[in-house]
Design a binder for this molecule. Structure first.
Ligand code: SF4
Length: 743
């Protein structure tokens, strides 16, 4: 690729019109002004959080406004948008005494009420919440837990802002009580990545670092829109392109942000824009496996594979090669939605590249065959020998700062902590004084989606939710509502009001006000996508009402339940004590105990993993001859898939997606489909299936014909709840009729 790399070092301007004034794209400078305005009552604190804290947004990770990839400023609209959650004053808690008016408010208006500041309870039949003391709230919870069967008790933690110390404390308390029904938001995003990577390469983390992007021949984004979800990646891509890196995007929609962007921290790009993707591969929704099989078929036919690497470091190639050779092109083309020539175009660049990195996200994982999708990516990278060397790697890029650490700290049903799966032997190990000194349960717990399905059947009595909002994140909200209505005690530990809290109690709902990571005594750590454990210090500033540290709240319940045992199991005074225990219990996190001040960090495994041996028992990477998925779309229907706009998880920040200029009710549709249905841009359509109807406006755009894209979570009412990947991730896709409507 040397010639191509040399010629690629040209500027990739979008146009000479300054600031892209004639084109639709986010206005990052306005976002800065908006953030300043929103936090005008607390500007000094806001500035200290930005200057000294570790970003609580996505999982790139910062220390203040800098990172470990590039020297200049690291800041984006996502962080600015979240800033107000940290700086807003305490709410008037009396507003919660009557929930009826609050139920009419949207999520943003609820958040803007201010920070939760006192414990409150609401019993069945009450019109709202009543203020109680911490002692009363904790006693009520402890009493109920004491009476409950631990198999009927679950725990869920969000991934925004939660620190490793809080994940560790919560899951340990859950096990102390006797349940393994513990889960995090990771369940609805990257659980398939964890499962597939563990099985194939013996390690579920990203194998490389962001610095590897700079100097790689090829970076491929599959089902990922980092322009929207990890905006600072675009700065890395700008400099990677300057150095000659090619960027490919495999996606059913030509994402405008991945095509070109005005990167605010790069003067030239901020002025004239930067063309990013060198090629889009416009596949069907769910066409990833046939696409990558087609690419592999070309790689095999042209011998563009790394046979030395395959022979020395992997197993299972022969079976896969036999399968690939036998797969008919017609089936692959039909499944992928692109021609064999397109697959050849990809294969030729990939096969000739000395190094390539594959980055993927929820476009890959949120399918009922998400785990197989990830295995298809692993097959490709192993065939190219693209693991363990500089500028190569597998990167499941995380959208939230807590996703990586949450799972590694054991806030998942299948493990007590990283490398210790739930089983009898590990339960016995954790019962020893060197670990926890109490016997955790060894039965397999449920993930989040399964917990709600079980609650719907009346099989759950208690659900502790630390953040999160099931009503606005899980498929079929009406079923979620019914399920929540059957749980006797719901505990909501949070920083702001959410719609799920306002659902009527089956018996009792308790609100517990929590502190943010910046308010927590002793600070806290997060683990970024590149496995960097980053310390975020406590930031001096106001503290809302009676809110308590996030890690401490479940521990206080444990101390109420059984003071003697809890004193031995949870002797912690602050997060420093927890980090010391994590270092002892989770050897991979060696070094976390020494993190004490801004800038302190440790990247476990170093810049690159698996350089000499894979993490599987025999040290070999595993090829997988996965089956082709069978997606049948009934005649007359469209494949509906969901997308994100200006939002962070379900927290929608703007009614218009600045990348597209599209409103939240937009139904993105291909030109040929619109013509066939005689629809014009702006026409109202009804999307209908067995679950319900969704009313939206047509936006004609570059989506794959036969599919429509709508914004998440609004379209969750059309997404079936029980269709899950084996790892437990919901398949956020559906089939729908598109019906023109009047008015
Ligand atoms: S790219 Fe991610 S880590 Fe960086 S500032 Fe934005 S949200 Fe924070």
């Amino acid at each position: 690729m040397d010639d191509e790399r040399a010629s690629a070092k040209q500027p990739h301007r979008v146009s000479w019109v300054p600031f892209g004034l004639h084109q639709q794209h986010p206005n990052n400078f306005k976002d800065i002004l908006d953030a300043v305005w929103e936090s005008r009552d607390n500007l000094g604190y806001a500035y200290r959080i930005l200057r000294d804290g570790c970003c609580d947004g996505c999982s790139l990770g910062t220390t203040g406004m800098h990172d470990w990839t590039m020297k200049d400023v690291h800041l984006c609209w996502v962080r600015l948008q979240l800033l107000r959650l940290n700086t807003m004053p305490a709410m008037n808690w009396r507003l919660l005494e009557d929930v009826a008016p609050l139920r009419r408010l949207k999520g943003k208006a609820l958040r803007n009420l201010g920070r939760l500041c006192v414990p409150m309870i609401r019993r069945r039949g009450d019109k709202g919440f009543r203020r109680v003391s911490w002692d009363e709230a904790l006693s009520l919870i402890a009493e109920r837990i004491r009476q409950a069967d631990p198999h009927r008790l679950g725990w869920f933690l969000t991934a925004r802002g939660v620190t490793n110390e809080a994940y560790y404390a919560h899951q340990k308390v859950a096990r102390f009580i006797g349940t393994n029904h513990v889960d995090t938001s990771a369940r609805v995003c990257h659980a398939p990545s964890t499962a597939a990577l563990k099985e194939t390469i013996g390690c579920s983390a990203t194998t490389c670092s962001y610095t590897d992007w700079l100097g790689s021949d090829l970076i491929v984004f599959v089902g990922a829109n980092t322009a929207n979800n990890q905006p600072v990646t675009l700065k890395y891509l700008y400099y990677a392109k300057k150095a000659g890196t090619k960027i490919f995007v495999v996606n059913p929609y030509i994402e405008p942000g991945m095509e070109r962007y005005w990167i605010p921290s790069v003067a030239e790009s901020a002025l004239f824009g930067t063309k990013l993707a060198d090629a889009f591969f416009h596949i069907h929704v769910g066409g990833d496996i046939p696409f990558f099989y087609g690419v592999l078929k070309h790689l095999v036919a042209n011998d563009w594979i790394d046979r030395r690497f395959i022979a020395a470091r992997t197993v299972g190639w022969d079976e896969l090669e036999t399968k690939v050779r036998a797969l008919p092109w017609e089936i692959l083309e039909r499944g992928a939605g692109v021609t064999r020539h397109e697959m050849h175009r990809f294969a030729e660049v990939f096969g000739r590249a000395r190094h390539a990195i594959l980055v993927w996200s929820m476009g890959i994982t949120q399918h009922r065959y998400g785990t197989d999708n990830v295995k298809a990516i692993v097959n490709l990278q192993l065939a190219g020998g693209n693991v363990g060397r500089p500028h190569t790697g597998l990167m499941p890029i995380r959208g939230h700062s807590g996703v990586q650490g949450g799972a590694e700290m054991g806030a998942m049903p299948g493990a007590y902590s990283m490398n210790y799966p739930v089983n009898d032997a590990n339960a016995a190990l954790f019962a020893t004084p060197d670990f926890w000194g109490f016997h955790p349960p060894s039965w397999k717990g449920l993930g989040a989606a399964h917990m709600i399905l079980a609650a719907e059947q009346g099989q759950f009595d208690i659900l502790w939710q630390s953040g999160g909002n099931f009503l606005e994140t899980l498929p079929e909200p009406d079923r979620v509502r019914r399920a929540l209505g059957r749980i006797g005690l719901r505990i909501h530990q949070d920083i702001v009001v959410s719609s799920t809290m306002l659902e009527d109690p089956a018996d009792l709902v308790v609100l517990l006000p929590s502190r943010t990571r910046y308010e927590q005594r002793g600070g806290g750590t997060e683990t970024s996508s590149e496995r960097r454990i980053i310390y975020s210090p406590e930031i001096p500033g106001p503290r809302p009402g009676e809110a308590r540290d996030e890690w401490e709240i479940p521990v206080l319940v444990a101390r109420q339940l059984d003071p003697g045992r809890a004193a031995r199991a949870f002797p912690w005074r602050d997060t420093h004590d927890i980090r010391q225990e994590i270092e002892r219990v989770c050897p991979t996190y060696k070094g976390i105990a020494g993190l004490r001040k801004k800038g302190d960090q440790v990247q476990y495994g170093g810049p690159r993993l698996l350089a000499d041996r894979f993490g599987t028992p025999d040290g070999k990477g595993r090829f997988t001859p996965i089956d082709l998925p069978e997606e049948t779309i009934p005649s007359g229907r469209f494949f509906l898939t969901t997308r994100r706009g200006k939002q962070f998880n379900s927290m929608v920040a703007a009614d218009v997606d600045p990348l597209l200029g599209a409103a939240r009710d937009s139904v993105l549709m291909a030109t040929e489909d619109a013509a066939r249905l005689k629809l014009n841009a702006g026409d109202i359509v009804i999307l209908r299936n067995e679950l319900g109807e969704y009313r939206g406006r047509v936006v004609i755009d570059r989506v794959k014909p036969g599919s429509v894209q709508v914004y998440w979570p609004e379209a969750n009412k059309l997404v079936p709840a029980g269709r899950l990947d084996p790892s437990g991730v919901p398949d956020y896709n559906a089939t729908v009729e598109v019906i023109p409507a009047c008015g």
